[in-house]
Design a protein around this ligand. Structure first.
Ligand code: SF4
Length: 393
């Protein structure tokens, strides 16, 4: 059977080469070619013995997810749609800035978390991505960006991607078995050699896996917070009913014991009239008072079937000033790639929904439309749906 080498981490490559009768150091050479050189052609791996290369050609491939679309926004933000299986597509976004290049990657086809403000959440969940589909995103983007730079006249572009954020489709910590080896490859000096602080895992708050990440690979942590009280967070993020704020904040403090010079990034999407009021700012200040952290305010990006609206620019500015006056570090995310729908919460590829959530959302939208037309009676105040999956630690 043919092996996709992107599905193997460093120990996996060692096992593969030794089972083929090669010395273990060949695995490190292969790691260099694959992840530093972004090479897929075994005939170019000239420091490998010829018989070894011939064996690789017979028994292995280097295959990243297939690109089905590639678009670049006026501000340089680039978005790729990647096919992961016949009916599933995820997205990946590259954000170039003067001092860095950030790649935002996906970890699942769809997402089971059902956050109310997220277009991915409305689509339901299909499956976890494999290691090769996760690291393959970085491999493919780095290779493509280097090739483009060479074509533009830079013969030795060096590394194009300096930062990776796990903020695309999916909840990374619910695909821990594939995310962990991907993280290790990103940090490995023989592979991508990224600094621990330049790789950020963003979670909706899966407490047991925050602890595992802290113990096994404490990269930068971002938490999708979005509400300062359990009452509100229960409503817009069903995961809070399983891991309420007290437990989440305790897990964040434990995380910082493993990376004491770091801080946690709390993401807070600004929803008009929902979480952007003066009392929400005060509750957030109380919640985060003693936590080494930054708060990233994200202007909400409306999408079809969204139940929320974006807070006004003035409200966001005032909210940020209130946090800053209380001693918190607050930034407001710039919207990038608006013309190609590349902003957070719009990373919605196509997925085959095993949870049938998309169907329910459609039915609900149709019912809402009928209420609007006076065809059926309103069922009353909207009720938060129970989470669609039980989240097992
Ligand atoms: S915000 Fe993140 S965790 Fe929540 S539904 Fe969207 S992708 Fe999933």
């Amino acid at each position: 059977m043919t092996v996709n080498l992107l599905d193997l981490d460093a120990p996996g490559l060692t096992a593969f080469v030794t089972s083929a009768g090669q010395k273990p150091f060949r695995a490190r050479q292969l790691l260099h070619w694959l992840h530093q050189g972004c090479e897929s052609d075994f005939t170019r791996m000239t420091d490998l013995a010829r018989e070894f290369r011939q064996m690789l050609e017979r028994e292995a491939v280097v295959a990243a997810p297939k690109v089905v679309s590639d678009s670049t926004a006026a501000d340089g933000t680039r978005k790729w749609l990647l096919q992961v299986g016949t009916a599933n597509a995820v997205e990946m976004v590259f954000i170039p800035e003067t001092d860095r290049g950030t790649l935002c990657i996906s970890t699942q086809a769809g997402c089971a978390m059902d956050c109310g403000f997220c277009s991915t959440g409305k689509q339901g969940f299909n499956r976890n991505l494999r290691l090769g589909e996760i690291i393959g995103q970085l491999w493919w983007a780095e290779r493509t960006l280097r090739a483009d730079a060479r074509a533009a006249g830079n013969p030795d572009p060096g590394r194009m991607i300096s930062n990776v954020v796990f903020m695309g489709m999916g909840e990374p910590l619910l695909n821990f078995d594939n995310v962990l080896p991907a993280l290790r490859l990103m940090l490995d000096d023989h592979a991508y050699g990224l600094s621990r602080r330049r790789v950020t895992v963003s979670t909706s708050g899966i407490v047991p896996f925050i602890d595992r990440l802290a113990a096994e690979c404490p990269v930068s942590l971002a938490v999708s917070l979005h509400a300062p009280t359990d009452e509100l967070r229960d409503r817009i993020m069903p995961i809070n009913r399983k891991y309420p704020l007290r437990e989440l904040m305790a897990a964040c403090r434990r995380y910082l014991r493993h990376s004491p010079r770091d801080s946690i990034m709390f993401e807070y999407v600004m929803l008009a009239g929902i979480n952007d009021r003066a009392e929400d700012a005060q509750a957030l200040i109380t919640l985060l008072r003693d936590m080494p952290c930054k708060v990233n305010l994200i202007p909400f990006n409306p999408f079809p079937a969204a139940d929320f609206a974006r807070s006004s620019r003035e409200t966001i500015r005032h909210f940020a000033e209130t946090l800053t006056a209380a001693g918190l570090i607050a930034t407001t995310r710039k919207t990038r790639g608006d013309d190609i729908d590349a902003a957070c919460g719009q990373l919605a590829g196509r997925i085959e929904d095993r949870t049938r959530r998309a169907e329910r959302v459609e039915r609900r939208e149709a019912a809402k439309a009928r209420v609007g037309e006076g065809l059926v009676q309103s069922p009353g105040a909207p009720r938060a749906e129970p989470p669609l999956v039980e989240v097992a630690p």
